[in-house]
Structure formats: C-alpha cells, structure tokens
Design a protein around this ligand. Sequence first.
Ligand code: NCD
Length: 300
Amino acid sequence: MDREGRIVSFFTIGDLDSEAITRILDSATAYRKATARGLRKGKTVATLFFEASTRTRLSFELAAARIGADVVSFDPDTSSTSKGESLKDTARTICAMGVDALVLRHSDVGAPEMVAGWTGCPVVNGGDGRRGHPTQTLADLLTIRSHFGTVSDIKVGLVGDIANSRVARGLIDVLPRLGAKLQLIGPPPFLPGKSRIPFIHSLDDVLPDLDVVYLLRVQKERGATASYPSDREYRRRFGLTAPRMAEMKSDAVVMHPGPFNRGVEIDGSVADGDRSVILNQVANGVLVRMAVLASILEET
Ligand code: NCD
C-alpha cells in the first residue's frame, strides 16, 4: 500500500491490515448499488492466466470493465509462450504496450512479486501455486460479513484438502486476525504439518457448532491423491451430504470457492440448496475485484 492507503500491488492477503480490508469490503459493498462505469476510464488491465480458471479470470475482466477500464486477456496456449517465450519476456512485452495493471495466475509461488519486479507494473495475484489467492479471500470475507453482519466471532470450519489449498492459506491468515473462530477439518494427510489453528479429523463432531462450513476441492492436480482413499470414502467421512447438512445450525451457511465436485466434497442438492452461498461468493468476487482494481488504478 502507498501512504494514502491505496493498493500498489496485491500479492497476499497479508499485504492488507484489518483497516485496509474493511475499506475494500466497504467499497465493494457500495458497488453493489452504485454504478462505477466511468471510474477508471482510459486505464488498461491485462489478465495473464497460466493455470486454468473460470470464475477468477472472468470476474477480474468483468470487474475491470465495470469500473470503465479496458481489458486485454493473454492466453498462454495461443501466444508465444507456446514458442518458449519466458514469463519475464512475456510480462515485459505486455507492459511495454502501456498496461496499467496485471492480474497473474501462475503455478510458481512468488511469481507475482517477480513479475512486478521485472516490469514495474502493479500486479494482482490471481493465485500462485499453493500460496495465495487474496481476492478470493476478500470475496469470502465479504460473503461472511454480508450474511452475518460481521466476521468477528463467526465459527468457520474449513474442510478438506487444506495442505494443498491456496484458498485455505488466505483464510488461515485472515480469519483469526479478524476475530473469527477457525477450525481445520480433514484427514491427517490433508492438514498442514504445523498450525496454530486447532484441527480435527471428524466433521460430524463439530458440524452442529459451525456458522460457516467451508468446503475445499481435493486438489488432485497438486498430488493430493497420494494418500487419498477414494471419492466414495472421502464423501462418507467429509462430504457435505443432505443428512449431514441437517445437522448444521439453522442459520449456518455452506461455502466453497469452486470449482466443486458434486457427490464428493459436496452433494448436488446441498450446493444448489438454500444454505449454499456459493454463488454469492462468485458475485462478491466481482465486487471485491472492482474495489481492488479501482484502488490500484487510481494512481497509475
Ligand atoms: C480455486 C483456485 O484455483 O485457487 N478456485 C478459485 O479460484 N475460485 C480453488 C480450486 O481450484 O480448488
């Protein structure tokens, strides 16, 4: 952040203190009502996604458009990356065209900092390896705050492949900071080796106490299957099935960053049911990205 509290680059949720988080969530909330179409007219945002994405890339692009910025989208499969061009040369080339901010998703932890260093261009992390996905964290915070009116004292259970999840990392950093009560739930191989957050291996034991049941996808592409029994066994122990959902508090909600596997960590009827706020997370993702980009583009 700069001296006036504007975001310069956004690498991890740790870049923002609680006041800055509140400011971003407040401006995101304001965008729910007010139009911001002309706000950052004449600015340009480029999205560079080297890993698959549906909601993150599209919501960054919609967010940029909704604050009036132009958007260009880089696709590694149909660009010179397929001819062997490096990340450094790719990023420097795109910035030389007069881009004001980059949104990067990359499998290498720390890639956003490297690109910011090479280009001098503000970079927003759209997910780097297992490390972080800070705008997803903001979308989740906004979803919790909008539903409960606060994040403080809310009991959140994070269920599943925590060790491989960048989404989990962000929540583990920020929820205790904001006063929420966090518990990690999953089979031993899915839990981080060391954590100051309490963890438990049985979902059924804590389910009736939780305000938020936050489910994670098993990250098979990150090698999570080494000690994974089967989808069926996983669902039996940790899947949020309809009978399990009946054990939740009456005002508790179900969250998932997506993409989710129906019939594994979440049953279709639960994902589509009235306790699910998964699509609110998606909608809030656009709003927080508008707020983040608006803050960055104010000074470029
Ligand atoms: C996640 C991601 O890619 O980090 N999805 C997302 O961006 N909403 C989580 C996942 O892939 O499981």
